[in-house]
Design a binder for this molecule. Structure first.
Ligand code: FAD
Ligand code: DLZ
Ligand code: SF4
Length: 512
């Protein structure tokens, strides 16, 4: 009896459930670079190169550990192009009569594998992905009966469950959340060392050539590829982060700088999501640094919250809400995604910088994603499905289970308020306070109307007025509506008329 063990491109963990249940003497591990996965959205070339290189190195590691691995390269002539067709081919080749797999992180692939196992007379075992703290059942139990699903309460349960930063059943230092000390703009002169970068080795160079050849027109550059592509490199990147950037992480978590793409962010999500780093291992390294007195509590707590709080919570929401979550459009936004999301060609300096660095790095940090590109799309009323496809394509860490709740829920309010109690919208003033983008911008952040007015200022009020019925009763937004109502009537008219003209220009793809 031969069994196949499927390992997907984001399941590169040696203790992934399907492998843990397999037998290295007799079972065959199946891994496949396939067009189906590499093109369900037009992924950034650096994302594809990262996944392929990490898959190849993981396969080599498994072989060194005594596993038999059937690995399909993208350019293998027999490559059938999809995960399920590759499974079929390998099953015939090895006369396999059983399949072991770990639940994928996307409804699309879950369905494809279910259809496959329904259609063929093979036994199969599907395992829960145990790389997460909260199982689907645990999250469902937590969500059951709650009026609102606020991350903060879920996070406290995860702190209790892991014991991270806990003193018995109480949070260390007496508080669950130290965000009060965070959210400062970055002053000039702070030394953010940036993530550890790795020179491409032979495997990476080979993959870079392949990706350049097969995906020449995808948005994004392959130049200066520096990601870690195996666990040992990713662990070095983690140590580098903890020693150099973590002390500043909390304080400058929401800051943005034109000439610094990473600030004190870890840039570890790509590695964690693919399985190169275990999320708990990452949090434990941070806790040790805190206990050794090397990092302040606001950084340690803030960072751990992102992983055992936000990351787990987002996954819980994705699976709780089901496959149609990505199609939600509670605000009925229908505008097409502007071309400058693919070119960075806009006078709005904040957007141009965020899109430009996304093109170069397949990375932008959280506040760029939320308060620049996300904020703009929401204010301008862009169709959330198109926004979702963009985010899923352009970031190296993007898999639907984590991307969709961040985009459809947190950023675009398209789920009607499951993830966020209010939409994340701001005028230019917020971007000006948290960044240095506005200084060099063709628009003037202080202008509320007129030819040079910052578009975020105009669109902010336009958004609030478009959705007044829905939001004016929200206590967290009442102040905004009071401010508007106190404004001079002529001025209100001008703001809305200018916003309309601006949106018309946006629709015709005129340079803006
Ligand atoms: P850091 O700032 O160093 O944070 C530490 C870690 O916390 C991250 O590595 C990540 O694992 C976790 N984390 C932080 N915030 C979140 C969050 N909101 N949701 C889940 N995990 C979080 N994250 C993804 O991993 N994949 C995505 O496709 C993705 N899409 C996003 C889209 C939008 C519109 C927004 C607003 C956020 C998105 N995020 C996504 C969350 C967050 O922006 C990224 O996790 C983070 O920017 C990754 O960079 P980093 O590793 O330097 O994070
Ligand atoms: C993202 C990705 C890409 C680009 N290519 C592959 C691939 O060729 N083979 C594979 O097994 N996985 C790939 N992946 C990751 C999958 O798309 C991912 O497993 C699903 O989206 C579920 O999260
Ligand atoms: Fe962005 Fe407005 Fe500032 Fe320009 S002025 S960088 S458009 S917020």
């Amino acid at each position: 009896m031969t069994r196949l063990v499927l390992i997907l491109g984001d399941q590169l963990s040696p203790d992934i459930a399907a492998l843990a249940h397999a037998d290295r003497e007799t079972d065959i591990v199946v891994m496949a670079e396939v067009m189906g996965e590499a093109s369900y959205v037009r992924h950034h070339p650096k994302k594809i190169a990262f996944v392929f290189a990490a898959m190849r190195k993981f396969a080599a590691r498994l072989r060194d550990d005594g596993w038999q691995v059937a690995f399909t390269r993208l350019d293998d002539p027999e490559n059938t192009g999809s995960i399920t067709a590759e499974l079929m081919r390998r099953a015939c080749e090895h006369s396999a009569d059983e399949l072991l797999y770990t639940e994928p992180g996307e409804w699309r692939l879950i369905k494809a594998l279910e259809e496959y196992t329904d259609a063929i007379p093979t036994r199969y075992r599907r395992y829960t992905d145990t790389r997460f703290l909260a199982s689907h059942a645990e999250f469902e139990a937590w969500a059951e009966g709650r009026k609102s699903l606020r991350m903060e309460y879920f996070y406290r349960d995860m702190r209790r469950k892991t014991g991270l930063l806990m003193d018995g059943d109480q949070p260390i230092d007496g508080k669950w959340n130290f965000d009060h000390d965070n959210r400062k703009p970055a002053p000039s002169g702070v030394d953010f060392s940036g993530p550890m970068q790795f020179t491409p080795d032979d495997t990476v160079n080979e993959v870079l050539k392949l990706v350049a050849d097969k995906f020449p027109n995808n948005f994004g550059t392959l130049d200066d590829f520096w990601f870690a592509t195996d666990t040992s490199q990713a662990r070095r990147a983690l140590t580098h982060f903890v020693q150099n950037a973590l002390p500043n992480f909390g304080t400058y978590q929401d800051a943005m700088l034109s000439d610094d793409r990473f600030l004190a962010h870890s840039v570890l999500s790509t590695y964690i999501n693919a399985g190169l780093l275990d999320p708990l291992e990452v949090c434990q390294a941070v806790e040790v640094a805190y206990k050794n007195g090397d990092v302040p509590i606001n950084s340690a707590e803030g960072f751990i919250r992102q992983i055992i709080g936000w990351r787990e919570y987002m996954r819980g929401i994705y699976f709780l809400q089901g496959p149609d979550y990505i199609r939600r459009n509670a605000l009925n936004h229908q505008r097409k995604l502007p071309e400058f999301y693919w070119t960075a060609d806009t006078k709005m300096r904040c957007v141009s910088k965020a899109v430009g660095q996304t093109r170069d790095e397949a990375y932008a940090h959280h506040i760029q994603r939320l308060m620049v590109t996300g904020n703009f799309a929401l204010l301008a009323g862009i169709d959330p499905y198109q926004v979702h496809e963009w985010y899923l394509a352009v970031y190296a860490d993007a898999y639907e289970w984590v991307e969709a709740p961040n985009v459809i829920g947190m950023s675009q309010f398209a789920d009607g308020g499951i993830v966020g109690s209010k939409p994340y919208v701001s005028s230019g003033a917020y971007i000006d306070r948290m960044s240095d983008y506005c200084k060099g911008c063709a628009y003037k952040v202080r202008d509320k109307t007129g030819p040079d007015a910052c578009p975020f200022n105009l669109l902010y009020w336009h958004f609030l007025m478009r959705h007044r019925d829905r939001f004016q009763g929200n206590p967290r937004m009442a102040n905004m509506y009071r401010t508007w109502d106190r404004m001079d009537a002529d001025r209100r008219k001008t703001v809305l008329a200018e916003a309309d003209i601006w949106l018309e220009k946006l629709d015709t793809d005129k340079p803006i």
